[in-house]
Design a protein around this ligand. Structure first.
Ligand code: GLC
Length: 459
């Protein structure tokens, strides 16, 4: 059954190709014949990440190269200070090919057309990671070393390393700046962006040349990696021991040397958490800022933190322990839950702005997303817990093909096909292929993973 499913997935991935000047340059987000396309007929940069991994592991290098060229060309260079234009360095959320008077034109969307109108902060970070994966898979580092690519990387770094108001090494972003691209209370310093930021810095360190002031960037990157890594490991980490510390924190302390650095009040610990956390498990909290720790579990941030060694080895094992112990909540009938738990009632009204698509246990608000299967598989391989990957893939194989590769599933345990979910969603298809490829060839993990940063500042 698995062979047939893989064959089907490969065929569908080929059908999702987006052509420009006769060459495939990306994959469309979905190919559902029964639903209005909206912008799902465009190539999303973040969605293409998993297509890229599937292509690279299967030796289809050209398309990834062409995607990188096209998107580099679409990167914003806007210098207008009108406040309405995308800042220099930003990569689009998605792009399409328009046919005007018999001519093809690439059109980028920086979030000004997309339904929720949010800026895609994650896309420029993912872009650097795709560039590195391409270089590692092909050995073609010359592409990244071209002057225009070096310039593109530096523009991204300028945008990300700029001083902002908050005095943390983490990056301050608006709500919905990543895969969760609608209001979901993920503004400020969401884990997912911090993890991608860290990964992009690690990749930039490998890709940047020292000439043409590259050495200054490399120095800045090295420094930020140390402080960012320390900050996330030290302050986002949550397990029973840490929860006990937070529970017994005193609040409202004054001065530099305080234990409760973010002035978190013990009463903000949600009641579900103390029962839910297993003895041997832990995870990185969803967000952290002044007086605020978001205790929700976010899958992408935690899985990527394992892959890129932002989580220490011990923490990585604890995250996998948590997933294993809370399997029904976090994996259920489809790997895996985007975040846990859902926000409900008055919280849902205030946090999502009454978003009907993000009702409790649906879509971004606690839905199950097959795309996350490849990350779960990769994290399981990285932590030497292959049996978790095998079990998760087996769960996915039960339904993915039968249900026509939905975008997401609903319900506490992901038992229902998502209410407004598209079928033939490309990253569900590519995610399955990438998961199978990684399990068969674990060496390919190095396309997207990083070892411990040698310059990590130990706590
Ligand atoms: C939805 C998802 C977003 C994805 C897009 C295309 O907007 O929230 O993460 O990139 O669909 O699949």
């Amino acid at each position: 059954m698995s062979h047939e499913l893989m064959r089907e997935a490969r065929e569908l991935l080929d059908k999702s190709l987006l052509y420009y000047q006769g060459r495939p340059v990306g994959t469309v987000a979905a190919n559902d014949p029964d639903m209005e396309a909206l912008n799902y007929d465009q190539c999303f940069v973040r969605d293409f990440v998993v297509s890229a991994i599937a292509f690279l592991t299967e030796g289809q290098f050209e398309i990834v190269r062409d995607f990188l060229l096209v998107t580099l060309h679409l990167q914003s260079h806007e210098k207008q200070m009108d406040g309405f234009s995308p800042g220099p360095g930003l990569m689009p959320a998605s792009f399409k090919v328009e046919h005007i008077d018999g001519e093809e034109r690439l059109v980028a969307d920086f979030g000004e057309h997309a339904i929720a109108r949010v800026p895609p902060v994650d896309c420029c970070l993912w872009w650097i990671l795709i560039l590195r994966a391409y270089a590692k898979a092909t050995g073609d580092w010359a592409l990244a070393h071209q002057a225009d690519f070096q310039e593109g990387i530096k523009l991204i770094l300028d945008l990300c390393l700029v001083h902002r108001f908050a005095m943390y090494p983490t990056m301050l972003v608006p709500d919905g700046a990543f895969m969760i691209d609608r209001r979901m209370g993920v503004y400020g310093h969401p884990l997912e962006i911090q993890v991608l930021f860290y990964a992009a810095l690690r990749a930039a360190k490998e890709l940047l040349l020292p000439d043409n002031n590259g050495d200054e960037y490399l120095e800045a990157v090295k420094h930020r990696l140390g402080t960012l890594g320390y900050h996330v490991r030290e302050y986002y980490w949550l397990n029973l021991q840490r929860l006990n510390e937070i529970y017994r924190f005193s609040g409202d302390e004054f001065g530099q040397e305080v234990a409760n650095k973010f002035n978190i009040y013990a009463d903000s610990i949600p009641p579900w958490l103390t029962e839910w956390l297993p003895e041997n498990g832990g995870y990185l909290a969803g967000n952290l800022g002044p007086g605020w720790m978001d205790f929700r579990f976010f899958a992408l941030g935690n899985l990527m933190a394992i892959l890129i060694s932002l989580a220490s080895e011990e923490e990585a094992q604890q995250i996998m322990n948590l997933i294993e112990a809370c399997w029904h909540d976090l994996v259920g009938y489809m790997p895996m839950k985007i975040c846990f738990p859902a926000v409900e009632g008055a919280d849902w009204r205030i946090i999502t702005g009454c978003d009907p698509k993000n009702r409790p246990w649906s879509y971004h608000n606690g839905g199950n997303w097959p795309i996350l299967l490849w990350m779960l598989t990769a994290a399981a391989i990285k932590t030497n817990r292959q049996e978790i990957a095998q079990k998760a893939i087996a769960v996915a194989e039960e339904r993915l093909g039968k249900d026509c590769w939905p975008e997401y599933y609903d319900g506490k345990n992901g038992r229902l096909i998502g209410k407004e979910s598209r079928r033939y969603q490309t990253w569900s298809i590519a995610g399955y292929l990438a998961a199978k490829d990684l399990l068969a060839n674990p060496a390919n993990l190095n396309l997207i993973s990083f070892d411990e940063n040698p310059e990590f500042i130990p706590s």
